[in-house]
Design a protein around this ligand. Structure first.
Ligand code: XUL
Ligand code: CO
Length: 436
């Protein structure tokens, strides 16, 4: 079999003292952390679109990396990419992957031809997945790249675009079922608006829900047992995306009675003005935690830079929320991340994943330590202890009237029982856990 990345070994755990760039320093797949093997806690996934498609092109310049493998025919190129991709994830010891329909196979001259191209590559995926023992974390449909979606897909003003999107989602769900995906994601790339001057927001939102109902009902009818996810993002490419953030999406799902979970991406959270931990906390508090697109954004740039996660504070708080949510079931940590444009060498694909995986592994180790240490959780517990007895318990139980509360306040005269929030003490505890 042709080797696409000769000279790159199978990446193994060598520990924090290793200076081998092709070894894990903190990710030890078989080691038990927080009651499970690290590989089962972290459920790493590689994103097909970045790992084997993105070649460094940006708004200001062309590709810097060569991911063509000497192929010019689109179907031959698609096949070469599939082989190369599975070699990459095998060498990295990544068990899962995610893809858009259009990442893996080129469009034909009409939808029927496009579907045929897709089926052909999916056949190859089936073989490669068996051969390499890899699993599909989630599939999705790219309903934002082609000009037909210039006004949106489910939210387009044009019902022809809505119909095309429905057909595309139907096919992508079928393919996901065929590849035994544990999830299917909707990211509304152009489900938003550029100006309210030309937008019927009410109809667009209703239609988006209609598309999601049609697609998810269809998925269940053909036996899809996995999770349907929505991936929030506040802007980019559109000025305003309807799937703004976790809270907005949860409100939308509840309004329209949609049974879906969230796929939360760190960089999308910060674009919305939140920490990633905030987004995860909202999802877990509301019972919508599903999966994660692991990356990080550059806060000074303010756009979706999709960098590999490198910040251990950030990964610690993310893994803390994930452990508190009970860990992953259908979901995982999908690296929706790409090496920087100047990191263009083929081995950078490996080095960037290794760094990102070690960052998330460190986060898991630190989050587990934080939970076992117990001081943070205990502090929060104590801070709200007033609601366990007396007037506090009556408030929580809903057994108090507003008149009773008034009487209580009048007798009290003023609030004299406040205690310090101790933010700096808690921040010190985190530092001690991380570096002590
Ligand atoms: C775009 C993004 C997408 C989704 C899948 O910002 O995150 O790649 O993850 O469509
Ligand atoms: Co994403």
């Amino acid at each position: 079999m042709k080797e696409y990345y000769p000279g790159i070994p199978k990446v193994k755990y060598e520990g924090p003292q290793s200076d081998n760039p092709f070894a894990y320093k903190f990710y030890n797949p078989e080691e038990i952390v927080a009651g499970k093997k690290m590989k089962d806690q972290l459920r790493f996934s590689a994103a097909y679109w970045h790992t084997i498609c993105a070649a460094g092109a940006d708004m200001f310049g062309v590709a810097t990396a060569d991911k063509t493998f000497g192929k010019t025919d689109p179907m031959e190129l698609a096949e070469a990419k599939a082989h190369a991709f599975f070699e990459i994830i095998d060498k990295l010891g990544i068990d899962y992957f995610a893809f858009h329909d259009r990442d893996i196979a080129p469009e034909g001259s009409n939808l029927a031809e496009t579907n045929k191209n897709l089926d052909k590559i999916v056949d190859l995926f089936e073989t490669l997945m068996k051969e390499y023992k890899k699993n599909l974390l989630w599939g999705t449909a790219n309903m934002f790249n082609n000009p037909r979606y210039m006004h949106g897909a489910g939210t387009s003003c044009n019902p022809d675009a809505f119909a095309y999107a429905a057909a595309q989602a139907k096919k992508a769900i079928e393919v996901t079922v065929r590849l035994n995906g544990s999830g299917y994601t909707f990211w509304g790339g152009r489900e938003g608006y550029e100006t309210l001057l030309n937008t019927n927001m009410g109809l667009e939102l209703d239609n988006m829900a209609r598309l999601l109902h049609l697609a998810t009902d269809y998925g269940r009818s053909i036996g899809f047992k996995g999770a349907f996810y929505i991936e929030p993002k506040p802007k980019e490419p559109t000025k305003h995306q309807y799937d703004f953030d976790a809270s907005t999406v949860i409100g939308f799902l509840r309004k329209y009675g949609l049974n879906m979970k969230l796929n939360l991406e760190a960089n999308h959270g910060t674009l919305a003005g939140h920490t990633f931990q905030h987004e995860l906390r909202v999802a877990r508090t509301e019972g919508y935690f599903g999966s994660v697109d692991a990356n990080i954004g550059d806060l000074l740039l303010g756009w979706d830079t999709d960098q590999f996660p490198n910040d251990v504070y950030d990964s610690t708080f993310a893994m803390y929320e994930i452990l508190k949510a009970g860990g992953f079931t259908t979901g995982g940590l999908n690296f929706d991340a790409k090496a920087r444009r100047a990191s263009f060498q083929p081995d950078d694909i490996f080095i960037s994943h290794i760094m990102g995986m070690d960052t998330m592994a460190l986060g898991l180790r630190m989050a587990d330590k934080l939970i076992r240490d117990g001081r943070i959780d205990q502090f929060v517990e104590d801070r709200y202890a007033g609601y366990k007895s007396g007037i506090g318990k009556k408030i929580v139980d809903g057994t108090v009237t507003i008149q009773e509360l008034e009487k209580y306040a009048l007798e009290m005269g003023d609030v004299k029982t406040n205690k310090s929030g101790r933010q700096e003490y808690l921040e010190g505890v985190v530092n001690q856990i991380l570096f002590g």
